[in-house]
Each structure stands twice: as structure tokens, then as C-alpha cells.
Design a protein around this ligand. Structure first.
Ligand code: HEC
Length: 117
């Protein structure tokens, strides 16, 4: 009888230990996710821009726009802000308005700093 009780105690302890490990693993996974989110916040996705401008903004479009990669960081940001509030752009600025509508000022700065000169 004593042996059974001891076995039970050990088995229970083992289960608790396993559960604690699982919880720790889950916490780690959450941390990884939080890091991924922070990384995204620091450099907003430019995946949608690639189709028209190329991965490094080395292309201008069929409009008479400048190659974004040749813009200074300040001008890059100025252009994006201007498209957002309607104060910048040429005949096709409507295309860009939609592209930048959901970008915050911080997003715009991050993109301009990364891809501008
Ligand atoms: C559907 C195609 C398309 C997509 C997608 C697009 N753009 Fe543009 N972009 C244009 C066009 C067209 C213009 C020129 C608009 C005009 O007439 O002013 C332009 C102009 C620009 C300019 C200014 C160039 C200049 O002449 O000063 C910048 C900077 C720019 N885009 C950045 C971006 C960024 C950043 C993204 C993604 C968030 C993006 N674009 C997504 C089509 C696109």
C-alpha cells in the first residue's frame, strides 16, 4: 500500500513538472511572437509597394514620378505624407493615396529611412 502511494506521489509530481515545462514553452512562444510584432512595427511591410516600385524602390512607374530610391530620406517621407494628405503628387497621386492611407507617421519615417538616400 505504501508503495502504491509513493508511486502515485511521484507520478503526480512528474505530471506537474511536465505541465510547468509546457507552460514555460508557451511563454517562450509568446515572447517570440511579441518580438515578431515589434520587428513589424519598426519596419512596416513594403510588400504591397514592390509590385509597382521594385523591392528596393528602384523603379518609377508609368506616371512621371521620380524613382523613390533616388529621393533623400526627407523627400521620401515628404512625398508619402503629401500623398496621404493630398498635398503632393502628379496626375496619378490617387494611386499612392490608397497605398499610404493606413501608414502612420512612424511607418512613413521607417520606410523613408530604410529606402531613401
Ligand atoms: C499600384 C502601383 C503602386 C503601388 C502599389 C505603390 N505605388 Fe508609389 N507610386 C505609384 C505611382 C503611380 C506614383 C506617382 C503618382 C503621382 O502621379 O504623383 C508613385 C509615387 C511614389 C513616390 C513619389 C515619387 C516622386 O515622384 O516623388 C513614392 C515615395 C512612392 N510612390 C512610394 C511608395 C510606397 C512606400 C509604397 C507602398 C506603401 C508605394 N509607393 C506603393 C504607384 C504605386
Amino acid at each position: 500500500m505504501k508503495k502504491i502511494a509513493l508511486t502515485l506521489i511521484f507520478a503526480t509530481a512528474a505530471i506537474f513538472a511536465a505541465e510547468a515545462n509546457a507552460t514555460a514553452a508557451k511563454a517562450d512562444a509568446n515572447k517570440t511572437e511579441a518580438n515578431a510584432t515589434a520587428a513589424t512595427a519598426a519596419a512596416p511591410s513594403t510588400a504591397a509597394c514592390v509590385a509597382c516600385h521594385g523591392a528596393k524602390f528602384e523603379k518609377n512607374t508609368m506616371a512621371k514620378d521620380k524613382v523613390p530610391a533616388n529621393l533623400s530620406k526627407a523627400d521620401f517621407a515628404k512625398a508619402l505624407k503629401g500623398y496621404k494628405d493630398g498635398s503632393y503628387g502628379g496626375a496619378m497621386k490617387g494611386v499612392m493615396k490608397g497605398q499610404v492611407a493606413n501608414l502612420s507617421d512612424a511607418d512613413i519615417k521607417a520606410i523613408a529611412d530604410k529606402f531613401g538616400k
